[in-house]
Design a protein around this ligand. Sequence first.
Ligand code: HEM
Length: 166
Amino acid sequence: MRSRPRAVRTGRDGHSERARRASEFVISTNGGVSMEEAETRTLFERVGGTAGVERIVEAFYERVEGDLPLRKIYPDDLEPGKAKLKLYLEQWLGGEPRYSELYGHPRLRMRHLPFAIGEHAAGRWLRHMRAAMQASGVGEAEERVIFAQLAPLAHHMVNRHDEGAH
Ligand code: HEM
């Protein structure tokens, strides 16, 4: 039996309250959204498990490849990042914590610092992820809960505020 690491929250480095509330380790399933009481499955199960996450990430990366300003931020080889995002989302949505078993605590903001991410990029990233989820058959209720927490998490990754930033 695997022992599951406890949820760890971001925010020790003095970022906004909204960002602090966005857990990067695992999504909080009540998410402040009511009418979820009867649902006992994890969001990971509700989006279709490993196959569902794979569909989402493939659809997301297709969109990144077609979005020049966003594509420029990513390295030439997209495959390693794609594989990591699959493991990460599986864990974040309440599946097995395989990302952390391989790479340790997500420390997402720190891991994104080498890449220049402005507000526009965060907006485009979120738009593509929403379209990818819709194209992958994620239900409206699941999408609502997920984006209530994914949006602050994406804005938490913004690390460039100069005018030239994408
Ligand atoms: C705000 C816009 C974002 C941009 C522009 C962005 C961009 C990137 C880039 C360029 C990489 C490096 C890929 C590589 O090394 O091949 C990366 C890695 C990653 N991103 Fe993002 N990202 C964003 C938001 C997010 C969000 C919201 C999440 C969480 C759901 C996330 C999860 C990850 C993960 C798990 C990795 C791999 C980290 C590692 O272990 O090295 N990213 N991202």
